[in-house]
Design a protein around this ligand. Structure first.
Ligand code: GLU
Length: 418
């Protein structure tokens, strides 16, 4: 499969929202102005040499892309993954620009990535790679410039090494250069599970609006986002019937005890440790007859190859870009509700914003304060997206694009760039 569809996707995403924007503005000031979002403002690439434990040196292609900074410093995670390419990072950086605008936090969008198979790196190799990434890109990073965060296969430890390396180079204690840090280094309470908590809030808002009660759920991906999401939904009384990781999944029509699985999986990373479950593949999981399907792993999981087999009524996109634009059109025609990534998973970057605010003010908030504020931001964004969707009769994805893109273009206009 050709995974390098990044540019096409950005083009296509822009095209979809352009049409909607043209309609909304009704001959107004934004027509023909979307071009400013068709390509990133700054693309940084490097080949980073890293000393491996066996004494050899390996070269890793690395990227940091600052897509749009009209609304504030660029913001977005850094991923370590073997599929990373410039086009993939570009697409993710585009999504971050719109996502930050949808939840109305004062950031632009960026993304970073290293093409590396994280499962093959030892902790010491990972540390050297993290530090080398900062050595390479430190000039372009800063609390008022570009603020990285965790993403696929990077975690608070990686953020800690990166912050430390930045300080070694620049001298000052500046925790606001990066978010998703450990608590002991200026991290925020509630950040580790914020993406999932945000997603569960948005889903519950949608269910309430539709007068739906408890639902059955299948979650693809049991990393940081998928596992906490499954746990929150289980705790709220929904029936999580299937979960999976890269190795495969488990299914129980009566519902899996996620609290128990959460503890067990945390210890040895094996989903099949649960008793009485059926083993299934990731493909099976996507095609289960459930109320809610949650892709929480990587992009391009719902494609024209499998979209016709998807039976869920609601798709909660916790991964970034899990649905290809072509498959999305099919889902829209089938009246499947897609709660799009730029809304569903925006809780993570929202609490990153809170972390950054705490770092700049050196005043730290309680877990309850963080979660209450997150709830406020997520509910407000949900309400605004729903309103646009109902007013214009468009999907939630299009409504989210309209909300975000309008805000970015408004900022570009007031800067005199449009
Ligand atoms: N990587 C996360 C995302 O895709 C978080 C980004 C951030 O906190 O800056 O939204």
């Amino acid at each position: 499969m050709d995974r390098d569809l990044g540019n096409n996707n950005v083009e296509m995403l822009c095209k979809t929202c352009s049409k909607q924007l043209d309609k909304i503005e009704n001959g107004g000031s934004f027509i023909g102005k979307k071009d400013i979002l068709k390509s990133p403002k700054k693309v940084l690439t490097a080949n980073i040499p890293v000393k491996m434990d066996d004494g050899s040196t390996e070269i890793f292609p690395a990227f940091r892309i600052q897509y749009n900074d009209a609304r504030g410093p660029t913001k977005g995670g850094i991923r370590f993954h073997h599929t990373v390419s410039q086009t993939e990072v570009e697409k993710m950086a585009f999504l971050m620009s719109i996502k930050c605008a949808v939840v109305d936090i004062p950031f632009g969008g960026g993304k970073g990535g290293v093409k590396a198979d994280a499962s093959k790196l030892s902790e010491t190799e990972k540390e050297r790679l993290s530090r080398s990434y900062i050595k390479e890109f430190h000039e372009f990073i800063g609390p008022e410039k570009d603020i990285p965060a965790p993403d696929i296969n990077t975690n608070e430890q990686v953020m800690g090494w990166m912050m430390d390396e930045y300080q070694k180079i620049n001298g000052d204690y500046e925790p606001g250069i990066i978010t998703g840090k450990p608590l002991s280094l200026g991290g925020s309470k509630g950040r580790s599970y914020a993406t999932s908590l945000g997603g569960s809030i948005v889903l519950e808002q949608y269910l309430e609006k539709e007068n739906k009660g408890k639902v059955s759920v299948a979650v693809q991906g049991f990393g940081n986002v998928g596992s906490y999401l499954a746990k929150f939904l289980h705790e709220k009384g929904h029936k999580v019937v299937a979960v999976s990781d890269a190795k495969g999944g488990i299914y129980d029509s009566n519902g899996i005890d996620i609290t128990e699985l959460f503890e067990k999986y945390g210890k040895d990373g094996d989903l099949t440790i649960m008793d009485g479950v059926e083993e299934i593949t990731n493909k099976d999981l996507l095609e289960l007859d459930v109320d809610v399907l949650v892709p929480a792993a990587i992009e391009d999981q719902i494609t024209t190859d499998n979209v016709e087999d998807i039976k869920a009524d609601i798709i909660l996109e916790m991964a970034n870009g899990p649905t290809t634009p072509e498959a999305d059109e099919v889902l829209e025609q089938d009246y499947t509700t897609v709660i799009p990534d730029i809304l569903a998973n925006a809780g993570g970057v929202t609490v990153s914003y809170f972390e950054w605010l705490q770092n700049l003010s050196h005043e730290y908030w309680t877990e309850n304060e963080v979660n209450k504020k997150l709830e406020k931001y997520m509910k407000k964004a949900f309400k605004q997206v729903i309103e646009i969707s109902e007013e214009r009769g468009v999907s939630l994805r299009k409504a989210a694009y309209i909300t975000g893109i309008k805000r970015v273009l408004e900022a570009e206009k007031m800067r005199g760039n449009l």
